[in-house]
Write a protein that binds this ligand. Structure first.
Ligand SMILES: Nc1ncnc2c1ncn2[C@@H]1O[C@H](COP(=O)(O)OP(=O)(O)OP(=O)(O)O)[C@@H](O)[C@H]1O
Length: 335
């Protein structure tokens, strides 16, 4: 009898979330990219959701680490442990090994940063590691025909970066990658309420505020939510009501940078491809695409149609999975 103990996997190794697709099965894992490590022994305590529960609630012996920063590996060892641990969660049995691994990476990364991803994949047990750029994976994931002699523009707003690319004939013609994403928006909210309202909130609370009442345009009606934080005047925890008007003010500068980057990319786009983008519009992917009114804000700024892709959070892993399933067909998009 013949047992096949090898798996082929596609990984969207993101700053905020890691998603895994297994060949023939589809998406099998979608967890936050965070690891809880025991300070004394260096051992991994938890990975993914369980580690996120501990985040900003640890004592001195445990540290929670996001191994990716701005879309690239910032902590090599922990990234490797995280990939290994996540693969362990999805493998069929302990004998299962990874044969082919396709990992997506930001389009603007250096060769050294690319090598770091390849090394991490190999150390986590993969035999062959191949890379695909995030906007390309996003375009494939949302079903654009990247092979055509027609320009498609994709804006992927992730946790660490915003990747903008014009794609045609299976290649990236123009791209722009800025280190502004969801995490930066959360930080902006933390800073804003600290500076203007003497309120110290944690990053998870900031993310909740962003997702629930964050917006890029005026809301009708404006919204409010109650959040818990430390009052910096009295020094004790307090329940405060926060308005969407203030949150929008907090996000303004970062959203402005995203809009400016899209404009820059359009200005560099060759006219024939620009005409295609005018006709087809710009597709938004990544978790940031779900920020209320971001599509409207960008539409007003660039005066072109802007659409939010279906299920923007999984677009990149769906595309990376598609590349894995059809390696021969997509060999030209591999880095
Ligand atoms: N409804 C929402 N409104 C605004 N932001 C959201 C919403 N839902 C999720 N996000 C944000 O999307 C980000 C995660 O998106 P995604 O998983 O695409 O990024 P990533 O792949 O981890 O990051 P990167 O590609 O930059 O490495 C998080 O910062 C999260 O807060």
């Amino acid at each position: 009898m013949f047992f096949n103990f090898s798996q082929d996997v596609a990984i969207d190794l993101g700053t905020a979330n890691t998603l895994i697709h297994i060949r023939g099965e589809g998406i099998v894992l979608n967890e936050p990219s965070i690891v809880a490590v025991d300070h004394k022994t260096g051992e991994v305590r938890e990975i993914g959701y369980e580690a996120l529960q501990m985040h900003e609630r640890t004592h001195t012996e445990i540290e929670t680490i996001w191994p990716l920063k701005d879309g690239v590996i910032a902590d090599f060892k922990v990234a490797e442990q995280m990939i290994e641990g996540m693969l362990r969660k999805v493998r069929k049995n302990w004998l299962t090994r990874v044969r082919n691994m396709v990992v997506c990476v930001p389009s603007g990364i250096t060769q050294v940063e690319e090598r770091a991803v390849e090394d991490s994949g190999e150390r986590a047990g993969a035999k062959h590691v191949r890379l695909v750029s995030e906007p390309m994976a996003a375009a494939i994931g949302i079903g654009l025909d990247i092979d055509e002699a027609v320009g498609n523009m994709v804006v992927d707003i992730g946790g660490g970066t915003t990747e903008i690319a014009v794609i045609a004939l299976s290649g990236i013609v123009i791209d722009e990658s800025i280190r502004v994403g969801g995490v930066e928006l959360d930080n902006a909210i933390v800073q804003y309420f600290k500076r203007n309202h003497n309120l110290l909130i944690g990053s998870r609370t900031a993310e909740r505020i962003k997702c629930e009442i964050g917006s890029a345009i005026e809301m009708d009606p404006e919204m409010e939510i109650s959040v818990k934080g430390r009052d910096l005047v009295s020094g004790i925890p307090k329940l405060r009501t926060i308005s969407s008007v203030n949150v929008r003010e907090a996000l303004h500068d970062n959203l402005d940078q995203i809009g400016a980057a899209v404009l820059r990319c359009l200005e560099r786009t060759p006219p024939e491809l620009g005409a295609d983008v005018l006709e087809r519009g710009i597709m938004l992917t990544g978790g940031g695409a779900m920020l209320h009114g971001l599509d409207v804000m960008l539409r007003e700024r660039v005066e072109l149609p802007v659409y939010i892709a279906e299920d923007p959070l999984t677009a990149v892993v769906r595309g990376t999975g598609e590349v894995l399933e059809n390696l021969e067909k997509y060999k030209r998009v591999l880095i």
